[in-house]
Design a protein around this ligand. Structure first.
Ligand SMILES: Cc1cc2nc3c(=O)[nH]c(=O)nc-3n(C[C@H](O)[C@H](O)[C@H](O)COP(=O)(O)OP(=O)(O)OC[C@H]3O[C@@H](n4cnc5c(N)ncnc54)[C@H](O)[C@@H]3O)c2cc1C
Length: 345
């Protein structure tokens, strides 16, 4: 039996952000358990487009040394239409960010997997292999297949699928991240982002790799959902464990980093209810994104082409408003895509 003040399960972006901010706020006795190490850990976390908006990154309070490329534009291509949305963001070096957060945290990191967790009035008990942790607070930052979510909250994501990211040789100097929407791709689109060191990230929301000569291919699950219960007594969920990734663009880096920070602030103040309120109220996690996904899933090739027609001569807010007026049944999709890319990715 090991006693600690705060046990964090998972040292991805959400868990590492929580550990980093707990130290900043003067909270001691923090242990982080992580099931992976070495190359498997690196590979898991490299499986990502690594794009994040400047607004969310700033809100996360994370160290900035990991920002490798400025992003000024999101291009959505559909048929012969390119729709360019101006944005402010960066491609980050996710492994560097994880290291910076870890180094700045002062927490004890242990390589072990959480097997089960139980909460009772005496405290929280987490079984990790041969070790039983007894803690005052527990943060479930254990990603898509969260044990903490299963054991304490019993909630199930509405969206869950395996996404593929390939690192391929190419121009990493561009300031544009691209999405090509078409039924020829599994999951209806393909992304192509600049990465670092002469590499690009090319991936599919669902399905198998069909990219030639990738330098590295990774498959990792994406989850999302509308159940916003993230606090149960002194136990909380953050990041993908809390199903906070956006179901339209799958942006989850910002949500993971900020939720880790907010949970840490709640624990430092001895009250997690502010964190629970933030998740319930913040527009990033509104259920209209899931409703829009339902509408979007029903579209075929002709619908995609029709939906982008108003933007043939470029994207503007006025054209967006016109598109919504002309196609009111799709207004939720237009609105949600604009918000997801403008605020949530
Ligand atoms: C292919 C792909 C591309 C993406 N691209 C982008 C993008 O460009 N921009 C963006 O904003 N978002 C993107 N996302 C989403 C983003 O990567 C996730 O939302 C984010 O990683 C969530 O971070 P997390 O810390 O909550 O979870 P994770 O990164 O999944 O970390 C969870 C950690 O917990 C550990 N763990 C799990 N179970 C246990 C256990 N039982 N015991 C101990 N440890 C455990 C895992 O090993 C892992 O280290 C992408 C996702 C995928 C799959």
């Amino acid at each position: 039996m090991v006693d600690c003040n705060v046990l964090i399960v998972g040292s991805g972006l959400a868990g590492s952000s929580a550990a980093y901010h707990l130290r900043r706020l003067g909270v001691e006795g923090v242990v982080v358990v992580e099931r992976m190490s070495g190359d498997s850990y690196g590979r898991y976390h490299r499986t990502c487009g690594e794009a994040v908006s400047d607004r969310l990154f700033a809100l996360s309070g994370a160290p900035e040394g990991c920002r490798v490329r400025r992003i000024r534009k999101i291009r959505i291509t559909c048929g012969d239409v390119d729709m360019d949305i101006p944005v402010k963001g960066h491609i980050i070096d996710r492994e560097r960010l994880l290291k910076d957060l870890r180094d700045g945290s002062g927490a004890e990191f242990v390589k072990v997997s959480l097997d089960s967790v139980k909460t009772d009035p005496e405290g929280i008990t987490a079984v990790c292999g041969d070790t039983v942790y007894h803690c005052r607070y527990l943060i479930g930052a254990d990603g898509a297949f969260s044990r903490v979510r299963r054991d304490v909250f019993g909630t199930v994501p509405e969206v869950r699928f395996a996404a593929v990211n390939n690192l391929v040789k190419g121009d990493s100097d561009s300031d544009t991240i691209c999405f090509e929407v078409s039924t020829k791709y599994p999951g209806a689109y393909r992304w192509d982002f600049p990465s670092k060191d002469g590499l690009r990230s090319v991936g599919y929301a669902v399905g198998r790799d069909s990219v030639e000569d990738p330098v590295e291919t990774g498959i990792r699950y994406i989850v999302s959902g509308t159940d916003r219960r993230v606090v149960e007594g002194n136990c909380c969920l953050v990041g993908d464990a809390a199903m906070l990734a956006n179901p339209l663009c799958y942006g989850g880096i910002g949500a993971a980093l900020i939720s880790g920070r907010k949970a840490a602030e709640g624990i430092a103040g001895g009250d997690l209810s502010g964190y629970a309120r933030w998740v319930r109220k913040d527009i990033m996690f509104d259920r209209h994104f899931m409703d829009a996904l339902e509408t979007f899933k029903g579209w075929g090739e002709a619908d995609y082409i029709d939906a982008v027609r108003p933007f043939r001569r470029g994207y503007s807010l006025l054209r967006g408003a016109y598109a919504m007026l002309r196609r009111p049944r799709w207004a939720n999709v237009y609105m949600s895509i604009w918000m997801a890319f403008g605020k949530g990715w």
